[in-house]
Write a protein that binds this ligand. Structure first.
Ligand SMILES: NC(=O)c1ccc[n+]([C@@H]2O[C@H](COP(=O)([O-])OP(=O)(O)OC[C@H]3O[C@@H](n4cnc5c(N)ncnc54)[C@H](OP(=O)(O)O)[C@@H]3O)[C@@H](O)[C@H]2O)c1
Length: 258
């Protein structure tokens, strides 16, 4: 199947590592030029080199997605350097693990900035360029915690619902021109997952990971590339009649029926 991405431009937020990086690389393999951002300039530079090695143009800008101005600068620069923008992937680092009793207003505000407002700022910055595309799309990388709250991830559990409301609203407000979809990763082997394991008190993360896999029908933790393939498909012209959809890439772990 031809995804129809060759020669197009995609901006993938939070893309020096994990699922963001895998998504950026998958776009490049499909022949799309890629805009990337993350806070750490060194890791971002190395990630951009790997994406560039697939023979596509890459624009990489160090930016903190909690900051509206830095976010807009990264997107604007990508549009300028790539010459077009067809796909936006909304992604950010996950909020920290914490129970309700540990959370003061400053930590709530930080999580709102990182998880909800970064999405608002990314969409706002990208929309003018997306509207010039003949097949524009937005794909949100969210979490399975949208359907089934994860103990200890109160911030994520709470804010994913707000982002889902935003995504669904946009899928209606921006139709018929811009398609908007959401991917819900399950437990995926990334630095974020290793951090969560350590925050949960695991000294040896491998037995901890094997423990997590016991509840997953496909009997293993997922890989970032498996999420990236779903994100890139939903972003592509090949998904031309899919909008407002939420696709779990979770090995079957979500127990909710719908
Ligand atoms: N891994 C899982 O099992 C899993 C499951 C469900 C949902 N999720 C969610 O999926 C998203 C991506 O997770 P991941 O596992 O791919 O994470 P990851 O491997 O830890 O990578 C996170 C990426 O985001 C960047 N980043 C973090 N904070 C940022 C900020 N404030 N501004 C700009 N870039 C930032 C990081 O670079 P810098 O640190 O240099 O900025 C890095 O490139 C998160 O929202 C996470 O909660 C993850």
């Amino acid at each position: 199947m031809d995804l129809g991405l060759s020669g197009r431009g995609a901006f993938v937020a939070a893309s020096s590592k994990g699922m963001g990086f895998a998504t950026a690389e998958t776009f490049a393999v499909e022949g799309a030029s890629v805009g990337m951002c993350a806070r750490g300039a060194d890791a971002l530079g190395a990630a951009a080199e790997r994406v560039r090695s697939h023979g596509v143009r890459v624009s990489a800008t160090a930016a903190d997605l909690s900051d509206a101005e830095q976010t807009a600068t990264a997107v604007d620069r990508a549009v300028q350097e790539l010459g077009r923008l067809d796909c936006l992937v909304v992604n950010a680092g996950g909020p920290p693990r914490a129970m309700f009793a540990e959370l003061d207003d400053a930590r709530w505000d930080g999580a709102v900035s990182l998880t909800l407002m970064s999405a608002v700022h990314l969409v706002r910055a990208a929309l003018p360029a997306l509207r010039r595309s003949d097949a524009p799309s937005i794909c949100f990388i969210s979490s399975w915690s949208l359907k089934q709250p994860i103990d200890g991830l109160t911030l994520s559990n709470s804010l994913r619902g707000a982002v889902a409301g935003l995504a669904k609203s946009l899928s209606r407000e921006l139709a018929p021109q811009v398609r908007v979809n959401t991917v819900l990763p399950g437990t995926i082997r990334t630095e974020r997952q290793l951090e969560l394991a350590r925050a949960a008190g695991a000294t040896d993360v491998e037995p901890y990971m094997r423990g997590l896999a016991q509840d997953i029908p496909l009997d293993r933790i997922g890989n970032p590339e498996e999420v990236a393939r779903a994100v890139v498909f939903l972003s592509s012209p090949a998904a031309s009649y899919i909008t407002g959809a939420t696709l779990a890439v979770d090995g079957g772990v979500i127990r909710a029926v719908v």
